[in-house]
Design a protein around this ligand. Structure first.
Ligand code: FVH
Length: 287
């Protein structure tokens, strides 16, 4: 295996391959980041060309897609017959463009999203999402499975990044709410650490509401009787905004929620969107 890009994540990927006994070739723009890996048995490629030609399976994990293409394009003629697994964070459109470019060079392309921090790599708790060439995924499934729990989402190379960004959206929403919450109680000198004693069980309880919300969304039917109706939610959000302003806290993390809880008049009258159930199109539908 070749690993190109030895930032915090690339080093964790390379270390895991090494630990599993793979002959692992590594390259990084700042060469010193390979030193520890080389002392652990990795082979140092001194050029990208060397890194590309060393292995059939190329794993790339750098800062963004521009860097991926800048690194590989000068060596495009060496990519034929190899499998490029790009674990760099990007958009579905970037993934589809890079896949088309890689295939034009005669390479198989798998795009990947890593749902883990570096310390989790190599454990089942690390989730890695893949999309693109199914043949490449099947051929290298065993090798990739050492990094964490793999899910293959389909032939469209953009899917892994779509799911990755959706999962990250959930995380950033949670972090945004957390930051606003601790800022609000912080105005009365409550520490974030102390506040966690109440916040953690509250959020854990609220996570249990998600399956019921998901069912409503998938059915496109919001007419059922619920314990916490929308008018009540709209008042609570307005109160958060008023109180935050009064305590001197900016509302930019919470203000967008107002548009969601103040539905358009037609929808307040009970009209709702009927549409095809979503589960039928999901590669995770059977999970
Ligand atoms: N670390 C994490 O928690 C997340 C978890 C989920 C997935 N991400 C994605 O992984 C990609 C790399 O992230 P990283 O954490 O390894 O990032 P850094 O430690 O900042 O390392 C960046 C590497 O990219 C290289 N690099 C930057 N610009 C260029 C360039 N123009 N040409 C070649 N290489 C470049 C950099 O090289 P150097 O600065 O050491 O020379 C590092 O190897 C990322 O997509 C995350 O979203 C990680």
């Amino acid at each position: 295996v070749t690993v190109i890009g030895l930032g915090a994540m690339g080093r964790a990927l390379a270390e895991t391959f090494l630990r599993q006994g793979y002959l692992t070739t590594v390259w990084n723009r700042s060469a010193n980041k390979a030193d520890l890996l080389v002392s652990q048995g990795a082979v140092r490629a001194t050029t990208v060309a060397e890194a590309v030609t060393a292995s059939q399976l190329l794993v790339v994990c750098v800062v963004d897609y521009t860097a991926v293409l800048d690194l590989l394009d000068p060596h495009a003629d060496r990519l034929g017959g190899r499998v490029l697994v790009n674990l760099t964070n990007g958009t579905p459109a970037q993934a589809r463009r890079l896949a088309a470019w890689a295939m034009a060079q005669g390479a198989e392309y798998l795009d990947g999203g890593i749902m883990a921090v570096p310390a989790m790599i190599g454990q089942a708790v690390a989730q890695l999402l893949y999309s693109g060439s199914q043949e490449a995924f099947v051929a290298h499934r065993d090798t990739l499975s050492h990094l964490g729990t793999s899910s293959y989402l389909g032939n469209d190379p953009g899917l892994a990044s779509l799911y990755d960004l959706a999962l990250l959206s959930g995380m950033y929403g949670l972090f945004g709410g957390f930051l606003h919450a601790v800022a609000l109680v912080g105005t009365e000198r409550v520490t974030a650490t102390a506040f966690l004693r109440l916040l953690l069980p509250w959020l854990s309880g609220m996570l249990e509401a998600l399956p019921a919300l998901a069912t409503q969304i998938d059915r496109g039917d919001y007419t059922h009787e619920v314990a916490s109706n929308l008018v009540m939610q709209a008042i609570a959000v307005a109160n958060i905004i008023d109180a935050s302003t009064a305590q001197g806290i900016r509302n930019y993390l919470v203000a967008p929620l107002q548009a969601l809880v103040n539905p358009a008049p037609a929808r307040r009258d009970g009209a709702h969107h009927a549409r095809e159930p979503l589960a039928a199109r999901s590669p995770l539908a059977d999970d």
